[in-house]
Design a protein around this ligand. Structure first.
Ligand code: ATP
Ligand code: LTN
Length: 327
């Protein structure tokens, strides 16, 4: 029996190379080895305000980007979270086992609630309960995510353990799978902040659907550090970030990269990074265009994905309800 992998991305904006290098590209690499479920977590997206028309479009866009990146529907199940009602049902139940203090300690909640001008929704506080439901419904072993989601996976383990100790073995305890490299790609405009979908400053992120010219301009304007040396040195976060992006798109190892750029200037590095991203994204962008030309095919894949996972999710919810005396 293969181990189960579950992960997801919010359709809350345009996907960027951080989402790709930290999450989706790794899912593709792990696809053969595991039994995979990949979800477009639309219910998570509405924890912050969304325009209905744009949200609807982004849900399809994210699904198409999974497939365009190499997620193969023969090997992985792909579906939209709101198509499987068990997610909200288990999230409610888990809520009742999650101390509010745990939720208030979550870094993502603290950061997002501080940033938000509109009122902060209860959904934003409750976000990790829904994420725990996503993971626990499928008896997931491994959750490949970027560094920022580690705390949420730990909370998922904690609530699973708490439930298991009260009602007997019910949930498998999942573990986060975080890469050594690429788990935290930084903003191009400010390499001390993580690249994020919800950050709107121009030049902050390279989006997966950016044109070659946009990529060149953004990389040319990326913040660099003082000095001239081109080395993987965490004291120089701007150069480090560009080198890491280069490494992940080309597959060349760190020593080779450092020797190739020895004695060269930041300008040359930036051109090489832009070229690596453009070439790395080219096949993905082509496949994406093809997929978006056939919306009926995408719809049918998503319907099929939801039909495949629904029975697994419903089984877990039924077991939970039986144990706690509902129904
Ligand atoms: P938002 O800003 O709307 O919260 P986000 O850009 O942080 O969005 P998510 O949908 O929250 O993206 O994340 C999807 C996946 O991408 C997660 O596994 C997350 O850990 C990963 N991820 C997000 N940003 C980065 C980043 N800068 N570097 C590496 N991985 C990232
Ligand atoms: N919170 C995650 C998205 C997400 C997720 C999940 C990831 C929702 N449910 C379950 C892994 C497993 C994020 O990337 N912001």
């Amino acid at each position: 029996m293969k181990k189960r992998v579950f992960s997801g991305v919010q359709p809350s904006g345009d996907l960027h190379i951080g989402n790709y290098l930290g999450a989706i590209k790794r899912w593709v690499a792990l696809q053969e080895e595991y039994d995979n479920i990949f979800c477009v977590v639309d219910l998570h997206a509405i924890t912050t305000p969304q325009d209905p028309k744009i949200l609807k479009q982004k849900i399809r866009e994210v699904a198409a980007l999974y497939l365009a990146s190499g997620i193969d529907p023969q090997k992985s199940k792909v579906f939209v979270q709101s198509h499987v009602l068990a997610h909200t049902e288990l999230a409610w139940i888990l809520n009742c086992f999650l101390p509010v203090g745990w939720m208030m300690r979550m870094t993502q909640f603290k950061e997002k609630s501080a940033k938000q001008r509109q009122q902060v929704s209860t959904g934003l506080l409750d976000y990790p309960a829904l994420m725990a439901a996503d993971i626990l419904l499928y008896q997931t072993d491994l959750v490949p995510v970027g560094e920022d989601q580690k705390q949420h996976v730990e909370l998922t383990r904690d609530v699973a353990q708490r439930f298991n100790s009260l009602y007997g073995e019910t949930f498998k305890l999942p573990a986060a799978l975080i890469a050594k490299e690429g788990a935290r790609i930084m903003g191009l405009d400010d390499p001390t902040k993580k690249m994020s979908k919800s950050e709107t400053a121009t030049g902050h992120a390279i989006y997966l659907l950016d044109s070659p010219d946009e990529i060149k301009t953004k990389i040319a304007h990326a913040t660099t550090d003082s000095g001239q040396e081109i080395k993987f040195d965490l004291q120089k976060p701007g150069i480090y970030n560009l080198l890491e992006i280069y490494q992940l798109f080309t597959g060349v190892d760190r020593h080779e990269i450092e020797s190739a750029f020895a004695g060269k200037g930041y300008g040359e590095l930036k051109s090489a990074v832009a070229e690596a991203i453009i070439e790395g994204l080219r096949p993905l962008q082509q496949k994406y265009t093809e997929l978006m030309a056939d919306p009926a095919y995408l719809e049918s894949l998503l319907a099929q994905g939801a039909d495949q996972v629904r029975p697994l999710a419903e089984k877990t919810v039924q077991e939970v309800k039986n144990k706690i005396g509902l129904g």
